[in-house]
Write a protein that binds this ligand. Structure first.
Ligand code: NAG
Ligand code: NAG
Ligand code: NAG
Length: 449
C-alpha cells in the first residue's frame, strides 16, 4: 500500500485511471481501507458504481450513512464513512438490585449488580451482564432474594406474634415467657438486613416466686412477685417476738434448672427461757430477760468448780442448751505416785477435800528422790489445794541410783566449767574406775545371797 494511503478510513483523493481494453481511460475510485468494516462489493469501483459500507460485528457506521457512489473525479460520495464501536442501551433493571451509576455502555462493557439492603445474592449466580456485539445485554438470571433470619424459638416461652413459615428482612417477632420465668432481653426483635435478629432473641430465665410468708413478721421482698437467682430476702419479727430459724433465705437451684427458695420461712414466736439458776455460781452478762438466742456464761464461787459447759443459750424450746452447769465443791483426785503408796491404806479415797493431807512411802527397793514435804519420820506428804490440785507429789526411784546420779551431775558440772580436756579425761577415767568398782560390789553382794 502506498505510504499516503496509510490512514484508515481516510477519504482517498487520488485519481486512478485504468486503461480500458478499448483503449479509453476509465476513472476508478480507490479501495478504501476501513478499520472494523469494508465496502460491499469489495472491488471494481469504476465511475458511477455504488457500494455499501458493512461494519464488523459490534461496530456501527459513523453518521449512519452506508451507501457510497464513485464520482467521475475518482472520489467517493459521500466520503467513505468510518465504523465506530457500537453501544448497548441502558442495562435492564434487576429486581432488588442496583448497578454502578454508569451512562455509556460500549460493546464489551461489563456491568455488575449489587443486591439492595435486605437482599442477598442467590447462590451460584453471577451478578454481571455484558454488552454483546449485537448491542444487547447478555441474559441476567434472577439475582437477589430477601434475607432470611433463623426461625426464632425460645425455651420456656413462645412467640406471641403469629408464627411465620419464614422470617425475612424487616419481620418482627414478640415473645412471652411461661409462668415462673422472666424474659431477659428485648421482648420485640426484628430481622435485620444481615440475617440476624436485632436486638438478639431474648431468653426465659427461671425465677423464684414470692418468698414464703411469716406470721407476726415480715420480709424484705414484699413488693415484688419475681425473684432472680441469688436474691436474698431478710425476715424480721414483730416487736417482742423471737425469730426462730434462718433470718434470711435466698433464691437458689438444686438441679440447675428450676429455682426455689433456700429454705422455709423462719417463725416469729414468743420464746422466754427461765432465769438460769446456778447455785454458788455467777452469771455474765447480767440480764433480766432471757429471750430466744440469749447467751450467758457462768463461773463458780471460790472453792467450787464448774461441772458442765460454761456457756449456755436460750433456744426455741424455751430451754437452756447445753443444760446449765453446776458448781461443785473443789476436790482433789486420788494422788498417784509411781512405785509408791499411801502410808496408811485407810486414807485411800476417790476424792479428797481441800486441806486433806496424805502421806506416801516408796515400795521396797525404791526411795524418794526429791525434797518434797518431809514428815518427822522421813516420809513425804502432799496436801489438796483449794484449786483441786495437790502440792508437788514425791517421786520414788530405784535404790542405788542416787550415787550414780550424783557422779553424773558432778561430771556435767566439770564439763560446764571449761576444765582443760586432759584433766576432764583423767577425771572421766577415775569415774569409770569408780563405776566398775561399784558394779563389782553389786555382783559380789549378789554372790553372797
Ligand atoms: C469489472 O467490471 C467490468 C464491467 O463492468 C467487468 O468486465 C470486469 O470483469 C470486472 N472485473 C472484476 C475483477 O470483477
Ligand atoms: C445477540 O447475541 C446473542 C449471543 O451471541 C444471542 O444469544 C442473542 O439472541 C442475540 N440477540 C439478538 C436480538 O439477536
Ligand atoms: C484450809 O486451811 C486454811 C488454813 O489452814 C483455812 O484458812 C481454810 O479455811 C481451810 N479450808 C478448808 C476448806 O477447810
Amino acid at each position: 500500500m502506498p505510504a499516503f494511503l496509510h490512514r484508515p478510513g481516510q477519504l482517498l483523493a487520488v485519481l486512478v485511471l485504468v486503461l480500458q481494453p478499448s483503449g479509453s481511460l476509465e476513472v476508478q475510485c480507490p479501495v478504501p481501507d476501513i478499520t472494523h468494516g469494508q465496502l460491499k462489493p469489495a472491488q471494481n469501483f469504476t465511475y458511477g458504481s455504488t457500494a455499501t459500507l458493512k461494519c464488523d460485528a459490534g461496530y456501527v457506521p459513523v453518521g449512519g450513512t452506508t451507501a457510497v457512489r464513485c464520482l467521475s473525479s475518482g472520489r467517493w460520495h459521500p466520503r467513505v464513512p468510518a465504523c465506530t464501536l457500537g453501544h448497548c442501551p441502558y442495562p435492564p433493571a434487576v429486581d432488588h438490585a442496583d448497578r454502578n451509576p454508569q451512562r455509556e455502555f460500549p460493546v464489551g462493557t461489563i456491568v455488575t449488580y449489587f443486591c439492595r439492603s435486605g437482599y442477598t445474592l442467590l447462590p451460584e449466580v453471577s451478578p454481571i451482564t455484558t454488552c454483546l456485539k449485537n448491542f444487547t445485554w447478555s441474559v441476567i438470571p434472577k439475582l437477589c432474594q430477601k434475607v432470611q433470619c433463623p426461625s426464632p424459638a425460645i425455651q420456656h416461652g413462645r412467640e406471641i406474634t403469629p408464627r411465620k413459615a419464614e422470617y425475612t428482612f424487616g419481620h418482627q417477632a414478640e415473645f412471652q415467657c411461661e409462668p415462673g420465668y422472666v424474659l431477659r432481653g428485648s421482648q420485640r426483635v426484628q430481622c435485620w438486613s444481615d440475617g440476624t435478629w436485632r436486638p438478639p432473641v431474648p431468653y426465659c430465665d427461671s425465677v423464684c416466686g414470692p418468698p414464703p410468708k411469716v406470721t407476726n413478721g415480715q420480709h424484705s421482698g414484699s413488693r415484688k412477685e419475681q425473684f432472680p437467682y441469688g436474691l436474698e430476702v431478710k425476715y424480721s419479727c414483730a416487736e417482742g417476738l423471737s425469730l426462730i430459724g434462718d433470718d434470711s433465705i435466698y433464691c437458689t437451684s438444686d438441679d440447675g434448672v428450676t429455682l426455689a427458695w433456700s429454705g422455709p420461712a423462719p417463725e416469729c414466736r414468743v420464746v422466754r427461757c427461765p432465769k438460769p439458776a446456778v447455785e454458788r455460781g455467777r452469771m455474765t452478762p447480767q440480764r433480766f430477760t432471757f429471750p430466744y438466742g440469749a447467751a450467758v456464761r457462768f463461773s463458780c464461787d471460790e472453792g467450787f468448780m464448774l461441772h458442765g459447759d460454761a456457756e449456755s443459750r436460750c433456744l426455741a424450746d424455751g430451754a437452756w442448751h447445753p443444760p446449765l452447769p453446776t458448781c461443785q465443791p473443789v476436790l482433789c483426785p486420788q494422788p498417784q505416785v509411781a512405785n509408791g503408796k499411801l502410808k496408811s491404806p485407810s486414807d485411800t479415797k476417790m476424792w479428797y477435800q481441800p486441806n486433806a493431807t496424805v502421806t506416801f512411802e516408796c515400795l521396797d527397793g525404791y526411795h524418794f528422790s526429791d525434797d518434797g514435804d518431809v514428815s518427822l519420820d522421813g516420809s513425804r506428804t502432799a496436801t489438796c489445794l483449794p484449786d483441786g490440785n495437790w502440792t508437788p507429789l514425791p517421786k520414788c526411784k530405784k535404790e542405788g541410783d542416787a550415787d550414780v546420779c550424783e557422779e553424773i551431775n558432778h561430771i556435767k558440772t566439770v564439763f560446764e566449767c571449761g576444765v582443760p580436756i586432759a584433766e576432764v579425761k583423767t577425771l572421766l577415767e577415775i569415774q569409770k574406775l569408780f563405776l566398775e568398782i561399784k558394779k563389782l560390789k553389786v555382783e559380789l553382794e549378789g554372790l553372797d545371797e
